[in-house]
Design a protein around this ligand. Structure first.
Ligand code: ASP
Length: 340
């Protein structure tokens, strides 16, 4: 097995400063795929695509992809790429929806959720954990060092400490102030597409055609203490099947969980559906089966084993970072509803 490539933050910055100018074409792409007719096939044999690929949710995906591409570009594994890619965003304490810079729950605790899955379906997850900078690394360690998939809360924190992960106290006055202000009304109303609501999910393929995915979040701002969303749940926030493809989700986790969002996308691709269409069908299923929750955003992102990819969201405004050897671009997802 290849030794994992570990690069520092300075490497990532250097990579960004040179490659950014060369490659990134932000906002030029529009939608990546047209609606392609699909047909059901019993067991499609998707041929692995030549070349490396990384897709991740929202604008913060650009910096995450840069790190992931630096791993893949040196022949690294998809699993290392998705772990190290999203870890960049976890370390950005100006981000209000991922990592320790995220907004707290309604009791003032910043609680984090993450999961990771490899080509062979091995999975690790951590949920409702406080005071650790890199839940994605803990999720991977749970996958590799325990017979379990998921640890939560106090048990997860104890296990992380025993396994050498450093605790970190991060206090951001601005975040505290905004939480205190929120407490004066205590209104529980997530806002579509606002920054309090943007998990990073990443799916990637390495040069050997192996897939992996990761997902990490501080969850919905001002959530009830103890709430866990879709992001650390294999099948909801993330699902990888090395024979078919990978998918990840962002948005109101409760809705994603109800339809096993990422798993559903992968199963539709298994039946022969194009990635974009699979995402659209699952988004539409959420809308059809759960009336009354229309104000919530959900975005789904998929990468098929043959390199085809696509996304769909309930509302306009979901975007994802797409990287390959050709370069990186921020792509606007297709959607069901325009924002007024
Ligand atoms: N899906 C995340 C959650 O429900 C939130 C988000 O994507 O913004 O916790």
């Amino acid at each position: 097995m290849k030794a994992p490539l570990r690069r520092g933050f300075s490497f990532y910055l250097a990579h960004m400063s040179t490659d950014r100018r060369r490659f990134i074409k932000i906002g030029l792409a529009g939608s990546v795929a047209a609606l392609v007719p699909w047909r059901l096939r019993s067991s499609p044999a998707f041929k692995p695509a030549p070349g490396i690929k990384v897709l991740s949710t929202w604008d913060h995906g650009l910096v995450a992809n840069a790190m992931a591409m630096s791993v893949l570009g040196r022949g690294g594994d998809a699993l290392d790429a998705v772990e190290q890619g999203v870890a960049v965003v976890e370390s950005d304490f100006t981000n209000r929806s991922v990592g320790l810079g995220g907004r707290p729950d309604r009791d003032g605790h910043v609680t984090l959720d993450a999961c990771i899955q490899d080509h062979d379906g091995r999975a690790g997850a951590v949920a409702f954990i406080e005071h650790y900078e890199h839940p994605i690394q803990i999720a991977r360690a749970i996958m590799e060092r325990t017979p379990h998939v998921m640890l939560v809360g106090e048990g997860a924190e104890r296990w992380a400490k025993e396994n050498g992960f450093p605790r970190k106290e991060v206090e951001i006055p601005e975040v505290r102030e905004q939480w205190k202000e929120w407490l004066t009304k205590g209104e529980y109303k997530p806002v579509v597409n606002r920054e309090n609501h943007d998990t990073i999910g990443m799916v990637a393929m390495d040069e050997r055609g192996r897939l992996a995915g990761s997902c990490t979040t501080s969850g919905i701002a001002y959530k009830v203490h103890g709430r866990v969303g879709d992001s650390p749940l294999i099948g909801a926030g993330l699902f990888v099947d090395g024979d078919v493809g990978a998918a990840c989700a962002t948005g109101t986790g409760e809705l994603v969980i109800r339809v096993a969002g990422s798993h559903s996308v992968v199963e539709l691709m298994r039946q022969g559906m194009e990635p974009r269409e699979a995402c659209r069908v699952v988004v539409q299923r959420i809308l059809d089966k759960h009336p009354g929750l229309e104000e919530h955003q959900v975005g789904l992102l998929a990468l098929r084993k043959d390199g085809a990819h696509g996304a769909y969201s309930i509302y306009e405004g979901f975007s994802y970072a797409l990287s390959s050897e050709e370069g990186t671009e921020l792509v606007k997802s297709d959607f069901v509803r325009a924002l007024k």
